[in-house]
Design a protein around this ligand. Structure first.
Ligand code: SF4
Ligand code: SF4
Length: 671
């Protein structure tokens, strides 16, 4: 008669098999492929075209299976044949075997708490990374699938299964063997528990690459080791699940990390952050805690530090995609080499991740982008992309290093201020597009202003005191000279140029190098006096537009005006500012103009170039926070930036009057 031995790996099935083999009437197999062979036979038989054509006769099918089982043990003379496989408890297999045997199958299943099974594996194999072993190793997967199979099998037919717990078989083996005999309805047998021989040979080296996996000791006794110590902090994680005891699941005390999560969900970030710091001290190696801490750091403005911690979420499969399987290292952020940028997540995440192609390429690398096949046509022309492949081909493409896209900021060593808020995917060029003409440049030579006018974003923000790098200023002028620029140059965006002592020198340099340019000064005039004015004029200033913000002409300006001769006054404009006619600075200040978004063309990107004090070219004079970065003069030329894709994109949209779909312009009432 055929019976079955199953259960969880490392739960004593080999020992039980060896002890049962002591019975002269019993044969116990090594792990057998009988379930798989029978399963393959069923599939082949049912799906073969000839069988299909005639209609699969279920009786025939069962006969075939019975013949296979009989053939497997045809040379055995024992009355009790026990076939060992983790697959037998599967509900479907049990149902089939009931038909094959003509009665419900009897399955002996050895069991042991999951945590102890894992600890036993770890003790034997001694993996370097215990956590990874417990989560991803083939043996751990085998344990978990055996567990699921057994659980489902027990739920579908509890009477077919006899559980033998590991502790019971080592503490009281005879009693357990009597239970087994009763279950199989065979006579009880007196076993010996000294000098046990194991006649069942398993080739563990070949099957699992772990020699000795099924070795047993000659004497039945419990091994002396503490599984809790072996699993360490993983012990709690693997507690519970012992459905065979019928006892309720142990109540798990809420972990600190769960309390932190709850606090975060309830918006109590102060408490969440406190716990994050506590966990950092108590459990520095806990990747889940590190991952959570990363989000708090991001919210505190620490992009780099936060992202490094988010990366540890990859060990827990809570961040990014799984490792692509390459043996190449992550790009170090410096080497000029071929970098594979693997776009992670769903389609939206991937579109987000392709932004790094331009930045990696700017460091002298070739960038191969790997993405979902649907995105290939959209992303292939993104700036910086050398070649594009679909994910399935990722291991077939040459690369020296790689970057998982969700962690792009880490090798690029970016902080928040390095991030560009500008578009990086553009629609194909339209044929009707005309090259615009650069007519004026606003060069923000310094960052500070002495005033805080309510109609100016400076009112609520403090950019500190900083200055445009001299080198960039001279580079700009040298390039303009080469371009034979004939337009206007001003020295401001949201700064007061008179506060920069280099102003006269800058004017002199412009005048000397580009005599044809129109040098124009926008100022609040607070620091201006006659001598200063004369100096500026002497160096080559053409005109000063002096905004008088206090509703009248300021005294120092009146004094200058009174001393200027009429000819000189033509170069001097002193206008009383009208606060009722201010633009809204792309949504940053209140204005009385039209409601946005306007459906109106705006000429600024067609004729003006605005350079902030960091040397970045921004969309226009209304881009206070440099939200739309068009280019970087540290790395690019004026010509390059003026003809850049992003500028073209904005111009085309503005030509169509489509401000609604343009970041910044959608909030702007200027034109
Ligand atoms: S003086 Fe000009 S730059 Fe300064 S705060 Fe007023 S509007 Fe802004
Ligand atoms: S619409 Fe406003 S934000 Fe857009 S380019 Fe013109 S001025 Fe700048």
């Amino acid at each position: 008669m055929l019976y079955f031995l199953s259960g969880l790996p490392r739960s004593g099935s080999t020992l039980l098999g060896a002890l049962l083999s002591q019975r002269p009437d019993t044969y116990v197999s090594a792990t057998s492929g009988l379930t798989d062979i029978m399963g393959a036979a069923v599939t082949t038989w049912e799906q073969h075209p000839a069988t299909k054509a005639q209609g699969a006769n279920p009786v025939e099918g069962i006969r075939i299976l019975r013949a296979i089982a009989d053939a497997k043990y045809a040379d055995r003379t024992e009355e009790v044949l026990i076939d060992k496989s983790r697959g037998w408890p599967s509900p479907q297999i049990q149902k089939t075997m009931e038909q094959v045997l003509g009665k419900p199958p009897k399955i002996i299943a050895t069991v042991r708490p999951i945590a102890e099974c894992l600890a036993s594996f770890v003790r034997l194999i001694k993996p370097q990374d215990v956590k990874n072993f417990c989560k991803n190793s083939q043996l751990a997967m085998h344990l978990f699938s055996s567990y699921q199979n057994l659980k489902q099998g027990y739920e579908s037919a509890p009477k077919n299964i006899l559980f033998v717990s590991y502790d019971d078989i080592v503490n009281n083996p005879q009693k357990e063997l009597d239970r087994v005999a009763d279950f199989l309805e065979v006579d009880r047998f007196e076993h010996t528990f000294e000098d046990i021989k194991n006649p069942i040979k398993e080739n563990d080296a070949e099957a699992w690459n772990v020699p000795g996996l099924h070795d047993i000791r000659s004497k039945v006794k419990k091994e002396k080791y503490n599984p809790k110590e072996i699993l360490g902090e993983l012990w709690d994680h693997y507690q519970g699940g012992e459905f065979w005891t019928g006892k309720p699941e142990p109540k798990k005390e809420p972990q600190l990390i769960d309390i932190q999560l709850k606090a975060g969900l309830e918006g109590d970030f102060e408490k969440g952050w406190e716990i994050a710091q506590q966990l950092e001290k108590e459990r520095p190696n806990d990747d889940r805690a590190a991952f959570n801490r990363g989000w708090y750091l991001l919210s505190q403005g620490k992009l780099q530090e936060g992202h490094k911690l988010l990366d540890r979420g990859r060990n827990e499969d809570v961040f990014g995609n799984r490792h692509i399987g390459t043996i190449k290292p992550i790009w170090d952020g410096y080497k000029k080499e071929t970098v594979l940028l693997n776009l992670e997540g769903g389609l939206g995440d991937q579109i987000h991740g392709v932004r790094w192609a331009k930045d990696i390429s700017a460091k002298g690398c070739k960038v191969i982008v790997s993405c979902s096949s649907e995105l290939v046509p959209i992303l292939k022309n993104v700036e910086g992309v050398t070649a594009i492949i679909q994910h399935e081909a990722v291991l077939g493409v040459h690369h020296d290093s790689w970057v998982p896209s969700m962690s792009g900021v880490v090798p690029l060593n970016y902080e928040y201020e390095d991030l560009k808020g500008s578009p990086y995917i553009f629609k194909p060029k339209s044929k009707s597009y005309n090259e615009p003409i650069l007519k004026s440049l606003g060069i923000e030579i310094n960052s500070a202003c002495n005033r805080k006018c309510v109609w100016c974003p400076n009112h609520k923000n403090n950019r500190g005191v900083d200055f445009l790098d001299d080198k960039i200023f001279y580079k700009i002028i040298d390039e303009l000279k080469e371009m034979e620029f004939k337009g206007k140059i001003t020295f401001n965006l949201y700064n007061e140029p008179l506060l920069d002592k280099r102003l006269s020198t800058f004017i002199r340099y412009i005048r000397k190098n580009i005599p044809s340019t129109y040098i124009y000064l926008n100022t609040n005039g607070d620091s201006l006096n006659l001598d200063f004015w004369k100096e500026l004029r002497k160096e080559g200033l053409d005109f000063a537009n002096i905004s008088q913000y206090d509703g009248k002409i300021n005294e120092n300006i009146q004094k200058i005006l009174s001393e200027l001769d009429p000819k000189e006054k033509e170069h001097f404009g002193s206008k009383i500012f009208n606060p009722d006619n201010i633009c809204n600075r792309a949504g940053l200040v209140k204005s009385k103009r039209m409601k946005t978004p306007l459906k109106q063309y705006c000429n600024k990107p067609f004729s003006e170039l605005c350079i902030n004090y960091k040397g970045k070219v921004i969309l226009c004079c209304n881009d206070y926070f440099s939200a739309i970065e068009i280019g970087d003069l540290k790395k690019q030329s004026i010509k390059e930036i003026w003809r850049s894709e992003i500028f073209k994109y904005y111009r085309e949209k503005l030509l169509e009057g489509d401000r609604a779909n343009l970041e910044l312009c959608n909030l702007c009432d200027d034109f």
